[in-house]
Write a protein that binds this ligand. Structure first.
Ligand code: UGA
Length: 443
């Protein structure tokens, strides 16, 4: 099938590459000329395991094309995906200007029936706005072409995006036209390996499904972080509690890992956007407001432990910081808990020696050169000459470090762990003070 994807961001690029891989003929459109020319030369704008060869091979085979030519894109695809960004505007609502701009472009150039598919995470009611934009533009231009609008939200996780897209748990299709639904079923047929993954429904339910999924996951995390905070105060160990409750299949083990808060481009933005949308229909989303508030406070947790340990006297110290990305296997720093910590440490007069396996360049891009930030080439060199160690991201490479080296390198034998990577008893044996989330303040 002939597909066009508008927006070569995370979702657009991965989706396009995966659709090309199963044999569809995919054209990607973006306004960013340098991104397009980089992709043509095999340079992928994001770090995502497995994505580079997938893009390069499919580009070489001609099944995946990149261009800035929107007119060519509209002509090419029978199915047109909108996968542009929906950044939060000032009050946290999703900003639809890029989505609606694509709708206008489509209406301007279309010469035949098109199925317009919303992949971007968009508030409930957006499909209606896209339809209205398409209709208004067509009328303005005196055109009589017809179209369908479908909601088909994406559920991929950064760091596992290719696999999530290749082997989706579910494919949500929100349509009001059986013909469009049948086209989309045909498009996704290669992904129904073991059973039919398609769950078809009305458009508004599909739009809400996306927000409900992310908000549910964010709720699990904030809930668990609250239990971790209580465990600390009660003298319990949240890791035992986690194992204890996860064993109930109604609760499950996933997304109940306590930590220094959730980050990324999705949970913070989507929780906020649903709160704003709820507000717009006169409903106070109290659970979601609490989820957000708990997460905000949780991102300050490591700094609080540090201040408590050093009695507020940290000016002039040097910290080794392991992990900058918002989670492992990505270089993405958007809303990363490390950023809240970095910025608080700098205000307090601390120099940071940071190491991350992938996010060093991104850190440099965000913060530029500054005397109180040293980007180190290895986790070991980050320790050299540091006073204490903080961990913000659970990269595999941090799971079994040389504890002797940690102890010898630090002037104070203390580790603040925002991801609960180590056993407190083991740390005690190594002679290291250890602060973890919800496991007792220090052992
Ligand atoms: C999330 C969802 O998991 C995807 O299903 C969804 O498609 C995506 O948002 C999106 O809307 O595009 P992502 O943001 O890539 O994916 O990352 P997650 O793996 O969900 O992690 C989000 C944050 O939660 C990370 O900061 C992670 O450290 C934190 N987290 C996760 C915890 O603190 N505890 C957990 O138990 C799990």
């Amino acid at each position: 099938m002939k597909i066009t994807v508008f927006g070569i961001g995370y979702v657009g690029l991965v989706q396009a590459a995966v659709l090309a891989e199963v044999g569809h003929d995919v054209m990607c459109i973006d306004v960013d000329e340098s991104k397009v020319s980089n992709l043509k030369s095999g340079i992928i704008p994001i770090y995502e395991p497995g994505l580079t060869p997938l893009v390069q091979q499919n580009y070489a085979s001609g099944r995946l094309q990149f261009t800035t030519d929107a007119k060519a894109g509209v002509e090419h695809g029978e199915l047109l995906f909108i996968a542009v960004g929906t950044p939060p505007d000032e009050d946290g609502s999703a900003d639809l200007k890029y989505v609606l701009a694509v709708a206008e472009t489509v209406a301007t150039h279309m010469q035949s029936h098109k199925i317009v598919i919303n992949k971007s995470t968009v508030p409930v009611g957006t499909a209606d706005k896209v339809k209205a934009k398409l209709s208004a533009t067509l009328t303005q231009l005196g055109k009589t072409d017809t179209f369908d609008v479908v909601s088909n939200p994406e559920f991929l996780k950064e760091g596992a995006a290719v696999n999530d897209c290749m082997r989706p748990d579910r494919i949500i299709l929100g349509t009001d036209n059986p013909k469009a639904e049948s086209k989309l079923r045909e498009l996704y047929a290669p992904f129904n390996r073991n059973h039919d993954k398609v769950i078809a429904m009305d458009i508004r339910s599909a739009e809400l499904t996306k927000y409900a999924a992310n908000c549910m996951l964010a709720t699990k995390i904030s809930f668990m972080n609250e239990i971790a905070n209580l465990a600390e105060l009660f003298g319990a160990d949240v890791e035992n509690v986690r194992r204890g409750i996860g064993s109930d299949p109604r609760i499950g083990y996933q997304f109940i890992y306590p930590g220094c808060g959730y980050g990324g481009s999705c949970f913070p933005k989507d929780v906020q956007a649903l709160i704003r949308s709820a507000d717009g229909v006169g409903y106070a989303a109290r659970v979601l407001e609490a989820v957000e508030a708990v997460n905000y406070a949780q991102k300050e947790k490591l700094f609080e432990y540090i201040m408590r340990h050093f009695d507020g006297d940290i000016r002039g110290k040097t910290v080794a910081l392991w992990g900058l990305s918002f989670k492992p296997n990505t270089d993405d720093m958007r809303e990363a808990p490390s950023r809240v910590l970095l910025e608080k440490l700098w205000v307090a007069g601390v120099t940071v020696q940071a190491y991350d396996p992938e996010a060093m360049e991104e850190t440099q891009r965000i913060y530029g050169s500054r005397d109180d930030l040293k980007l180190m080439g290895t986790k070991e060199s980050a320790l050299a000459g540091a006073d204490f160690l903080v961990i913000c991201t659970e990269w595999q490479a941090f799971r079994a470090p040389d504890f002797e080296l940690i102890k010898q390198s630090l002037s104070e034998p203390v580790v603040f762990d925002g991801r609960n990577l180590y056993e407190p008893q083991r740390m005690l044996e190594y002679g290291l003070h250890y602060y973890a989330i919800g496991r007792g303040l220090s052992v």
